[in-house]
Design a protein around this ligand. Sequence first.
Ligand SMILES: Nc1ncnc2c1ncn2[C@@H]1O[C@H](COP(=O)(O)OP(=O)(O)OP(=O)(O)O)[C@@H](O)[C@H]1O
Length: 269
Amino acid sequence: MILSIEQLSVRSREKALVHEVTLSIRKEEWFALVGQSGSGKSLLSQAIGQMLPPNLAAHGRIFFQGLDLLRLPPSRARSLRGSALAYVFQDYQGSFTPFRTIGQHFEEYQKAHGVASAGVRKQQAMEALESVGLDGQLLSRYPFQLSGGQLQRASIAIALLLSPKLLIADEITTALDSVSGHRILQLLADKQRQTGCAILFITHDWRHVRRYAQRIAVMKEGKIVESGSKQHILEHPQHDYTRRLIQAVPVLPVPDSNLSSGLMEVGQR
Ligand SMILES: Nc1ncnc2c1ncn2[C@@H]1O[C@H](COP(=O)(O)OP(=O)(O)OP(=O)(O)O)[C@@H](O)[C@H]1O
């Protein structure tokens, strides 16, 4: 196991928002955490990296590479985030500071994680951008000069820069049109094959789950109501909530990522 969560609860002063969740993620697997809006998926993912808002507290245990993440000093958790553990979020615009170039974001990220040589930083940034299908020239652009799909690619490139063992992808296609969304997931699947990182994939979209996940946990009102292999959950859902989630989504053919949509983004090779 790369990550084991045991009896995790997230509480505000008033109430528990995540209730005693236990789950584990295997090395190199694509693990989908599924549930409707407000079910607690994001809070669970934020608890892993000690990123909860200050009015909330996490209780329980989260083991990652032999460390109990909830008991790490904040400085240690910060250095872990971005190196062994990385995040990509739905709000790709919020992931970038508007008046810093894409290159400056790469610089800052690498400096914060101790990449000392300016030459190495530049080279790694160019290669990382190219590895997600973007032109290295985009390093000199500002975030607002990139499309949504390009920005999400850039945020994946930054997240994977230091070869994390676990990537947490929280609703990363929600703000994109469906063609760009499928391209992003195809890219993530390719990168996962190349790097072997495990992915905690948070979504409410069963089409993406069907296509990419190996195992699934279903969350409702802060609790995991069932979990198991994709095949098992899709073919034998035990919980009425899961059945309704599955039935709510028509099985649509997924656009072939090799087919051009006619909307190829500028700067994408
Ligand atoms: N800082 C906070 N203080 C109090 N309640 C919060 C806070 N952040 C989130 N919540 C509540 O916790 C619950 C779970 O929120 P969470 O964002 O984890 O849901 P989610 O499943 O990720 O939903 P979505 O798919 O819409 O992001 C919601 O009811 C939300 O309103």
